[in-house]
Design a protein around this ligand. Structure first.
Ligand code: NAP
Ligand code: ZN
Length: 351
């Protein structure tokens, strides 16, 4: 297959910093869209993967799955897009399209395993997939999203992962008016959860470990903010919440939060810490509580989320960085020091 060499940023080993390297992209096939990447969000999953915290990273690894850019060319069978359009790409670039989950628009749970935007076996080339910390990307049009034209493009990028990963469970568990919803961890995912749950009509309570984020949480729309080490304040919410979204990237005591759920309440994990989280039987049993997980969202639902954000004027709060600052940004992510999503200005790759 014909390929094109492009510039990217990635890493050659778990302990190595990210640096500039060259990668291949396939020449667009008839169903493909070729996108010049303008901005790419920095998800904590990029860091987990680059540093092999979930095991299974293949090197070199080029992260990035919050991609927005401009279409430069389309294959002859492409119908939804044309050159010059703005477009987005999220966490997946392919799936089998045939299994029961793909047919239900749940490609993220494809039985034959969806192709992730990075660090998945590439179906076209004899390599793994490479993500959005790069000049351009070639994607089947089925996995390309339309972005709302009323929103700031750089601030739209994080919707492609942080937006859909929080929208999907909030919608699946029918979050809405009359409900008290907890959000744990005010990072990239957490701050999007606050904005989206508010737009869905819920009362939102943020649980944070960072005193410096209390005022921000209110500005982002939270009705109340609790510092999780304040045991008295935590106790005020015991048995009160209908739903909790846990977006924490590191080890934490989940039982403290399960105890805040009402009877039949659900705590849904989207954060994916490296280590298991122990759960006490009596955090669940006495109130028929549920503990679940949720992974990103399907393509149709991602489009629905983007349209929802367009309608409600929702974007991410971002801090723009250059690719040359990426290693420092990862160090800051580890400290919870991001307000609230780093977005890479891809023009920096031309430097
Ligand atoms: P992030 O921006 O780094 O935010 C994580 C937040 O967790 C921090 O801002 C901090 O919030 C809190 N936190 C960090 N360390 C903590 C600790 N030791 N104890 C308690 N709280 C801590 O990360 P993100 O990009 O939002 O991603 C969050 C997690 O979701 C990651 O594990 C990521 O891989 C995962 N993820 C999952 C999916 C999915 O499909 N399920 C998709 C994308 C990402 P406070 O300062 O407010 O405490
Ligand atoms: Zn992500």
């Amino acid at each position: 297959m014909e390929v094109k060499y492009i510039k990217a940023f990635g890493t050659q080993a778990a302990e190595a910093p990210l640096e500039q390297l060259n990668i291949n992209r396939r020449k667009p096939t008839p169903n493909d869209v070729e996108i010049e990447i303008l901005y790419c969000g920095v998800c904590h999953s990029d860091l987990h993967t680059a540093r092999n915290e979930w095991h299974g990273t293949v090197y070199p690894c080029v992260p990035g799955h919050e991609i927005v850019g401009k279409i430069v060319s389309v294959g002859e069978h492409v119908t939804k897009f044309k050159a010059g359009d703005l477009a987005g790409v999220g966490c997946m670039v392919d799936s089998c399209q045939e299994c029961e989950y793909c047919r239900e628009d749940l490609e993220q749970y494809c039985i034959n395993v969806a192709t992730q935007t990075y660090n998945s076996p590439d179906k076209h080339l004899n390599t793994q997939t490479f993500g959005g910390y790069s000049e351009s990307i070639v994607v089947d049009e089925k996995f390309v999203l339309r972005v709302p034209d009323n929103l700031d493009l750089a601030a739209v990028a994080p919707l492609l992962c942080a937006g859909i990963t929080t929208y999907s469970p909030l919608k699946h568990w029918n979050v809405g008016p009359g409900q008290k919803v907890g959000v744990i961890g005010l990072g990239g995912l957490g701050h999007m959860a606050v904005k989206i749950a508010k737009a869905m009509g819920a009362e939102v309570i943020v649980f944070t470990t960072s005193p410096s984020k209390v005022e921000d949480a209110k500005r982002l729309g939270a009705d109340a903010v609790v510092l999780s080490k304040d045991a008295d304040k935590m106790q005020q919410y015991a048995g009160k919440l209908h739903f909790i979204l846990d977006a924490v990237s590191a080890e934490h005591d989940i039982n403290t939060y399960l105890n805040l759920l009402r009877v039949d309440g659900s705590l849904v994990l989207v954060g994916a810490p490296e280590q298991p989280l122990p759960i006490a039987a009596f955090s669940l049993i006495p109130a028929r509580r549920s503990f679940s997980g949720s992974m990103i969202g399907g393509i149709a639902e991602t489009q629905e989320m983007l349209d929802f954000c367009g309608k409600h004027n929702i974007v991410s709060d971002i801090e723009m960085i250059s690719l040359q600052e990426i290693n420092n940004a990862y160090d800051r992510l580890l400290k919870g020091d991001v307000k609230y999503r780093f977005v890479i200005d891809m023009a920096s790759l031309k430097k």
